[in-house]
Design a binder for this molecule. Sequence first.
Ligand SMILES: Nc1ncnc2c1ncn2[C@@H]1O[C@H](COP(=O)(O)OP(=O)(O)OP(=O)(O)O)[C@@H](O)[C@H]1O
Ligand SMILES: [Mg+2]
Length: 631
Amino acid sequence: MTAPLHAVRVDKAGYRDHGSPEKSAQGLDSSGLASNAHEASLELEAAAAADGAANRQAIRVTLEWRDLRYSVPVGRRRQRTSRTILEGLSAVLPPGRLLAIMGPTGCGKSSLVNALAGRLPAGGTLEGEVLVNGLPRGRGFKSITAYVMQEDVMFANLTVFETLEFAARMRLPPSVSAADKMARNAFVRGVSGGERKRVNVGIELLSNPCLLLLDEPTVVATIHQPRSSIFALFDMLLVLSEGQATYYGPAAEAVEWFASCGFACSAHYNPADFFADVVAIDHRSPAAEEASKARVALLVERFNQQQRQRQQREAEQAAAVAAEDRAAMEQMNDRPSFPNSLPVEFSLLLRRAWKQQSRDRLPQVITLVQTLVLGFFLAALFSDIPSTLAGAQDELGVIFMSCMFNAMASIFASLNTFPVEAGIINRERTSKAYHVSPYYLARFLCDLPLRLAQSLLFGVIVYWIVGLKSTAGAFFIFCALTILLALASQALGVAVSAACPSEKVAFAVAPGITVILMLLGGFLVTYDSIPVWIRWLCWISHLYYAFMGLTINNFRGQSEWSCTTPATPDCTARSGDAILTRLGFEDKGMWVPFVGLACLTLGFNLAGYAVLRFTKQKFLPLTGSTAKKRA
Ligand SMILES: Nc1ncnc2c1ncn2[C@@H]1O[C@H](COP(=O)(O)OP(=O)(O)OP(=O)(O)O)[C@@H](O)[C@H]1O
Ligand SMILES: [Mg+2]
């Protein structure tokens, strides 16, 4: 921890706590939270140091932003206009400083920090320049920067220790062994919002960042922490109002500046509260709104009047970036951005996914109980199938329902689990913690046992109670085909949920896929009855291959049935082979469904991976940047 930590911290002043109007303004009270999280991370870092793990190179960072303008489109099509959120903000932040960005809610604090971190969502326009040690942000920027977002997302079934341990191992190069035991404190059993925030700060501190961006590290105000004492810790202060700067400079000089503009802060008043009151727009009445807007306009104007003086000071600070800091940053930009090798990433992700999944017991228990219930129900319905042609028709029904069960259960399982992780995965991918391929493989392997258990359980119950072809070989083929079907369906579910913008959309799309799958299954409409121009769809339907395989497995070589009782309207197809001919499977070898299902399992998995790989969160690029290196 030798890096000159340089932190930008966003605090909301003059704003009430979420959902609790009685609580006092939450502005600057609890940076103790951040320091506590730091203590938790220190244990792990000590362990890392003891193991001789190479720590990230510490470099001094001068952060500079010039004329940052951010606007977003608002309104519907015809009335579409543009709303400016950041109005030309400029500043230079020398190394080793703690900057607090303050202002009322909605003034643009998060937008500014996101703009600095390069994480504004796509869909607006961002103009200006962000320079790190005089250089535009390059590949090395993410590896020296830690960013704690305003919202905290993390796995619910991992303990605090495991979450931090994973971050330490994944973000530090290569082997970091963490302390053996730590009190288990699972999130599901209750970790408060504040504790969650600490863990997120801890995760980011573990990578030993040179630049730390914190969006609202405070959560709840506490009376025993006087806010003015925390305010005294800040080196620099940026006060925003409606996307404009009303003050930027040393925090200690802010009171004097506001006083020189005619807004004197009395001695017993907390400066943070005072600034918030002065720059807030009062919407309680039109007159109050007008007066507060005029006050802010005056402050912005005064602040801009000093621009020449400020620009000179900032230019001096920017010019003071040491050549060695610049060279160090250039070196960081040339380095590979992932800290660990693919096998290390894979083993860490596999361990985490396994822990997360194996502790999430309820859905697994429900899955297995439901399989038992449905299996016995289906078996009970078809337990008395006669050895007649009508009975053969019933067997076809059982085979088709087995296909549907395996396909649907696996698709819906992926639709359920995958979107839950998306927020965390996006955050980790944005900080270049790991590649997508080991993540995908780890998820696939973790899902495997449940898919196998479900298919086998269902198969054992239905196959023997209903009394499908009673040879061991036929039973094993039945199990192999249904397992392959489940795996292909799981991959299809991942691809669909990764391609959909939300869980809700994924579930809205799922019924459509189910119906198409059912129709292409080969049972409701036979292959030959489908119009030629859409017949090819069967060849990319995993349900069709599974149904084909299971039917061939059950009926090929079956002797003739009687068709007297119960009376059968069509009594021509009386042997197993005749049934296969009617379904269009007579000339298909057993290898066809196996190869088809294997290819589709691979294909759907590749599609799932590709969708995940290429649908990563898009961030707004910086335009209008001169992007040239400063001399
Ligand atoms: N993508 C967007 N589209 C439309 N409006 C946006 C977008 N992003 C931000 N805004 C608006 O810009 C303003 C500033 O948002 P921002 O999140 O930066 O505020 P903030 O100062 O961080 O507020 P808070 O203190 O509540 O976190 C808000 O009024 C917000 O509604
Ligand atoms: Mg915010």
